[in-house]
Ligand binder design. Structure first.
Ligand SMILES: *Cc1c(COP(=O)(O)O)cnc(C)c1O
Length: 481
């Protein structure tokens, strides 16, 4: 007999905090997880620019800590070379399967007809985290520090859902509520992600919503508005500012997020050393820039010190939203409705709404200020790729190395293949290291479109971007520099 049970009462009491410095004992090789983050700020060609308020003046500590966890704000202004990772966060990193494996992609090399003694491909496999991507590295840190501030919850945005998943899990670990504004295009494209966020205890709302003033501007005109990361950020920041016991958490772009991701590159450096190699090229996809910064910075430090001047760094961007490749290096808002601080970065304009490509995590109008400065100083390059080519590269990767890349990651894979084939054609030696930022188990929609020959490529939307670049704030640097 079937027991009808549309909404079963939960048989288990779900805990509201499972992790703290005191009570958590994980039997894992904690000693293999980095003990410090690498702060690239101390090696940069210029001092990092401050974040600004709408009045064009540097944001003060008071305002910044109203929005972000206090310790994160301190880290963003630090000039220390290394910053200690608290034990409570390192235990969380162990739960994310750190250190993550470094893969030598021999089968992909073979499929590309490469001479494996001359052209080598290494992938840092961030997908092994239960959260499915690199995002847990900063989610755990931000939730840990937010808890330290004594607040009850965090608001955030999510594009493809990976960040919302990571923060929902990290929030549960640290005993915080998490409210996620998910870009509507992804909310419907990837329902599996929503289920996962709910499982971890997160609350999910499609964005633009009618719950915030920022969202209503778009929702009232079109309840099916596909949304963008820029709009979802506005909604999350607005709600956090309105709610006294909440702060806001961002999954990319900011200096402290890039800092938290440097565990990736520090591990990779040791692993490359064990393999007896050093990369000639370091590649990652760029949404806001955090996974790329994470793998690149420990190697970038050596380049900036003059130890390895030949190492190249390449960010892979979608042609539909190529912030570094086509953007302008200037001051702009981090979000569409001007709720978030202003930063100096490569931007396509905060009012630019990128076409709804499958790589939701790459649909951001700007790029991390730290990366933007490095790109402006020609210390890194960027390329842009159409989604069909990227997803085809992802399919080839899954057929050769077994693992299905996230659509975002596919852009890095395609850039890796281009670099490898260039070396092959020109008879060069080249060792490529790339960040495999996440798995694509929730991206079946995109792979299905590929299999059914239904993927569309969006031309670089130059008209929309030209018009968005007309909406930039005007900032007088001489007032504070
Ligand atoms: C979020 C995400 C990205 C893009 O964000 P970055 O901050 O640029 O790293 C890339 N890959 C995956 C798997 C993601 O979840």
């Amino acid at each position: 007999m079937v027991i009808a049970n549309s909404k079963p009462k939960n048989s288990y009491q779900l805990p509201n905090q499972v992790m703290s410095n005191e009570n958590n004992k994980i039997i894992l090789p904690l000693n293999l997880i980095p003990k410090q983050w690498l702060n690239i700020a101390s090696f940069l060609p210029e001092k990092p620019y401050p974040a600004l308020l709408p009045n064009g003046m540097p944001a003060d500590f008071e305002t910044m800590t109203k929005i972000f966890p206090t310790e994160c704000v301190k880290q963003a202004g630090s000039s220390e070379e290394f910053i200690d990772i608290p034990k409570g966060i390192r235990e969380g990193l162990a739960l994310c399967n750190r250190p993550t494996p470094l893969l030598r992609a021999f089968r992909l090399e073979k499929a590309l007809g490469l001479d494996s003694d001359r052209v080598k491909i290494y992938g840092k496999m961030e997908y092994v985290s239960p959260m499915g991507s690199h995002k847990g590295n900063t989610a755990l840190a931000q939730a840990y520090y937010a808890k330290q501030d004594g607040i009850t919850g965090l608001t955030t945005e999510t594009g493809a859902g990976q960040w919302g998943t990571a923060l929902s899990m990290a929030g549960t670990m640290m005993g915080l509520k998490v409210k996620v504004f998910q870009v509507r295009a992804s909310y419907y494209d990837k329902p599996g992600r929503r289920v996962m966020m709910h499982n971890y205890g997160g609350e999910v709302v499609p964005s633009p919503s009618n719950e915030t003033e920022s969202g209503k501007q778009f929702y009232s005109k079109d309840p099916n508005h596909p949304g963008s990361l820029g709009i979802a950020i506005s909604e999350a920041v607005e709600l956090a500012m309105k709610s006294p016991n909440y702060k806001y958490s961002l999954g990319s772009v900011l200096d402290f997020v890039c800092l938290h991701q440097t565990v990736i590159g520090q591990e990779a450096k040791i692993q490359m050393d064990i393999a007896g190699d050093y990369p000639d090229v370091v590649i990652g996809c760029i949404g806001g820039g955090s996974n790329f910064a994470g793998i690149a910075f420990p190697f970038m430090k050596e380049k900036l010190l003059g130890n390895t001047p030949e190492t190249r760094f390449i960010g892979a961007e979608p042609a539909a939203c190529p912030s570094i490749t086509k953007g302008k290096y200037t001051w702009d808002y981090g979000d569409t409705a001007k709720m978030a601080p202003i930063a100096k970065m490569y931007t396509l304009g905060h009012t630019f709404i990128p076409p709804a490509v499958h790589a939701g995590g790459l649909r951001y109008h700007g790029a991390a200020p730290l990366l933007s400065m490095l790109a402006n100083h020609k210390q890194m390059e960027s390329v842009m790729l159409h989604q069909t080519k990227a997803i085809q590269a992802g399919m080839l990767f899954s057929r050769t190395e077994g693992i299905l890349p996230a659509v975002e990651t596919c852009h890095a894979v395609a850039a890796v293949i281009d670099e490898a084939l260039e070396a092959k054609e020109n008879g060069k030696k080249k060792t490529i290291l790339f960040n495999f930022s996440g798995h694509g188990f929730f991206d079946t929609h995109a792979y299905k479109a590929l299999q059914e020959n239904k993927l569309v490529d969006y031309e670089y939307p130059s008209k929309l971007i030209q018009s968005a670049l007309g909406d930039l704030p005007s900032i007088d640097e001489s007032k504070f520099m």
